[in-house]
Write a protein that binds this ligand. Structure first.
Ligand SMILES: *Cc1c(COP(=O)(O)O)cnc(C)c1O
Length: 475
């Protein structure tokens, strides 16, 4: 009956085998291999079959649907859908420089080149070229870190969370670690000091109160089961008002009186005086060691400006024990990270030049005048792209360091305030979404009935690429 009305049924579809033998599919298989083309074509035929069952096609429509070019398009579309969205470049105009969701530190070219080399050819990762024997993969980074910090020894792992886990598991498994209640913080992405302690097998002994902890709180809590005193940088929050805490030097003295080591989780950690970058002073790794910390842990991709890494520095005997822990093998860095970290650390030998050579230092130290000039230069083309609906004004903004580093510091910056008399919150959210849908997504912030774009992180070299895609906004 279907045939009489000129309609077809699912059984009129050509077979998969028939279609695979056509020149069109042969060409596709040449490019992509037999298995993928077969799988996608089978899926497409199945979809057609289901469609015909629901609403029958005319004979002509079917002929068109299974004709070579149409099938090539269908299979290629299925391939694109499978690719999905890859990790892609974005413009970070949020005003947060070390944005954890946007990948934190951007690496300098020397580090990128070192990574490319480590990825694309064999390297002497664990090989001593001089003796021809097996080498130690951390040796180069260890000697650089020791040279820069004056530490006796150092080791590196995948990230700072791993460094803290490893040090606790090595030195305090089934034993007690004394920490101030004011430092039991949660750092973005569910890293909570009490949880890490539990996972490391250590028993947390909380002392003091949220706002005040005194030396006696620590000494009263120390006993035969105490393995460590630990100090944690509160990173993304601050306690103000009626507060008291025990400084690193005093805490080290308390620990050493009882023959217990002091470990400091510095979080971001920095190897140089940040006042040179126009930021408030941040306790450096060297200062923590000089104050008597036996171990200091810090991140590679926060203020250091390098790849994701956790760096542990301190007493050689403790580092040696940490390196013997089988967990070290599970948490070790890969060759790409090591290559990048070596290159970034090497830049710290010439700290005066960091604001030119290290992107993190360069971006953090950009003066508000330079950023304001950049905003004025881009204002006209911006206004054109957003007209007539939106008004684009150059505005004073405050950037932040991000990643829990210097959470109180506000860096005077400049950028755009984009507003519309008509569009309220929902309109601005839609506009923000359209910006995120550009080929290279632009990420800003919606607040106070405006969309804000902070230009601190817009590299002047990327301005042309930034402007070039704006006409796509209206599409
Ligand atoms: C950021 C941070 C961590 C975690 O570091 P990652 O390198 O992100 O793993 C741990 N402790 C403190 C205090 C931090 O600020």
């Amino acid at each position: 009956m279907l045939r009489e009305t000129g309609l077809v049924s699912a059984s009129d579809l050509p077979s998969l085998d028939q279609l695979l033998r056509t020149p069109h599919m042969a060409a596709l298989m040449e490019q992509h291999g037999r298995s993928r083309v077969t799988r996608l074509l089978r899926g497409h035929l199945q979809a057609l079959r289901e469609q015909i069952q629901v609403s029958p096609l005319s004979r002509e429509a079917l002929a068109q649907a299974v004709q070579g070019d149409a099938l090539v398009v269908a299979v290629e579309q299925a391939m694109q859908a499978e690719e999905g969205r890859r990790l892609s470049r974005v413009f970070n105009l949020t005003g947060t420089v070390l944005h954890t969701n946007l990948g934190r530190a951007v690496l300098p070219e020397v580090a990128v080149n070192a990574v490319v080399q480590a990825m694309s050819s064999p390297v002497d990762l664990e090989f001593d070229v001089a003796s021809g024997r097996r080498g130690d993969r951390d040796a180069r980074v260890r000697s650089l870190v020791c040279e820069l910090t004056g530490a006796e020894s150092a080791t590196v792992v995948n990230n700072n969370a791993a460094a803290v886990l490893l040090l606790l598991n090595t030195l305090a498994n089934r034993r007690e670690v004394v920490v101030s209640r004011g430092e039991l913080v949660e750092i973005g992405g569910s890293f909570r000091i009490p949880d890490v302690m539990r996972n490391a097998g250590a028993k947390l002994v909380e002392v003091g109160t949220t706002n005040r902890t005194h030396p006696a709180d620590y000494t009263n809590a120390m006993g035969p089961r105490t393995a460590l005193l630990m100090q944690v940088h509160p990173s993304n929050y601050t306690i103000t008002g009626f507060t008291a805490k025990v400084g690193t030097a005093a805490l080290a003295a308390l620990a050493h009186e009882r023959n217990v080591p002091l470990a400091v989780d510095l979080g971001s950690g920095s190897l140089c005086d940040l006042r040179a970058w126009g930021l408030p002073h941040e306790p450096t790794v060297q200062e923590a060691l000089a104050a008597g910390a036996d171990l200091v842990a810090f991140s590679g991709d926060k203020l250091l400006g390098g790849p994701q890494a956790g760096i542990l520095v301190g007493r050689a005997d403790l580092i040696a024990r940490i390196n013997r822990n089988p967990l070290k093998r599970a948490l070790r860095m890969d060759k790409m990270g090591l290559a990048a970290l070596e290159a970034v650390l090497a830049l710290y030998r010439e700290p005066e030049l960091l604001t030119q050579r290290l992107p993190t230092a360069r971006v953090l130290s950009r003066g508000v005048d330079t950023i304001w000039e950049q905003a004025e230069r881009l204002q006209e083309p911006m206004q054109q792209a957003f007209a007539p609906e939106y008004r684009v004004d150059v505005a004073r903004l405050d950037s932040q360091v991000g990643s829990g580093a210097q959470s109180e510091a506000r860096l005077p910056s400049a950028g755009f305030r984009i507003q519309s008399a008509m569009a309220k919150r929902s309109g601005l959210n839609r506009l923000a979404k359209r910006l995120r849908q550009l080929p290279r997504p632009v990420v800003g912030c919606v607040a106070d009935d405006a969309l804000w774009l902070d230009l601190r992180c817009l590299d002047p070299e990327d301005e042309a690429a930034f402007l070039a895609q704006l006409p796509g906004l209206s599409a």
